[in-house]
Design a protein around this ligand. Structure first.
Ligand SMILES: [Zn+2]
Length: 281
């Protein structure tokens, strides 16, 4: 089975999982968080990522997606595993169960509103953003067999909802294309990177030796731990890997290094570029 949790995403499991309706083809539904109503004349600062994490794990739980994605930094948080429904679209009685349609029905909330301001620059659509991390989301969606297509066309700010297409085709949908719904997000989206082929993803960039060690806390440590678990070098974790460096990380890395035939300081449990490369390829 592909990864239930997107590798490298910050995990905030809400529990409360429920199966999807697996007779339908797999899909992704895209949203923007639309936290503020700004305009070209009156742009507003983007809302902090952590504010949205707090919302979707608190008062906004009832509308939580699978992923919250910041297209400016590439930061991703995840609230439900891939095989559960999320709750970000409206599901009225009758018709398909919109939050559950598909072998997977992955929902992504993009941290964005039109005319948001980031580092002094204003962005009218998601298409204008650097779309950092989009490739990681797509790689994950493809691993769940979501095709790289927009069955109802690439999203515009206007609604276009066709129940029959929704029921018969997998792929990517905007909230503006989901039956029974009113929202018109996400608006124009970036071109799909690498949509003509599905090359093996490149290993993530080595963050440098200084990212690891006692007292360090960052996304690279989490990514490292998740990859160790995936490669079956996670036995020293009592609880799952986290952003905080611990002795379990060091011991798991050391196991992996010894398995490479390395000894001494080459197997000290602190990852260097070669450990990193071998772990991720
Ligand atoms: Zn929406």
């Amino acid at each position: 089975m592909p990864d239930l949790w997107l590798p490298g995403a910050e995990r905030h499991p809400l529990g409360d999982t429920a199966p999807t309706d697996t007779q339908y083809d797999p899909r992704v539904i895209w949203h923007i968080t639309w936290d503020r109503n700004a305009s070209a004349a009156k742009p507003a600062d983007l809302v902090p990522f952590d504010t949205l994490v707090k919302y979707f794990t608190g008062g906004g739980k009832g509308a939580a997606p699978h992923l919250l994605w910041d297209p400016f930094t590439g930061r991703i948080a995840q609230f439900y595993p891939a095989n559960s429904r999320a709750k970000s679209v409206v599901d009225t009685v009758g018709g398909t169960r919109t939050n559950r349609t598909g072998k997977v029905c992955l929902q992504v909330e993009i941290l964005f509103f039109p005319h948001c301001r980031v580092n002094g620059k204003t962005y009218a659509t998601v298409r204008d953003t650097p779309a950092k991390g989009l490739d990681r989301i797509l790689t994950w969606a493809r691993s769940w067999k979501v095709p790289d297509t927009w069955p109802m066309g690439t999203p515009m700010w206007t609604a276009h909802r066709d129940e029959r297409t929704w029921e018969t085709e997998g792929g990517h949908y905007g909230h503006s294309q989901v039956p029974e719904n009113q929202h018109t997000d996400p608006g124009p989206m970036p071109q799909w990177p690498g949509s003509t082929s599905t090359p093996k993803p490149a290993p993530p960039t080595f963050p440098g030796r200084s990212a690891f060690g006692p007292g360090k806390s960052n996304a690279s440590i989490l990514l490292l731990g998740q990859q160790l678990v995936r490669r079956d070098y996670g036995k020293h974790y009592r609880v799952g890997p986290s952003r905080d460096w611990g002795e379990a990380d060091r011991r798991n890395v050391a196991d992996f290094q010894r398995a490479q035939g390395w000894t001494g300081s080459d197997a000290d449990g602190y990852p260097g570029p070669e450990t990193w490369r071998r772990l991720f390829t």
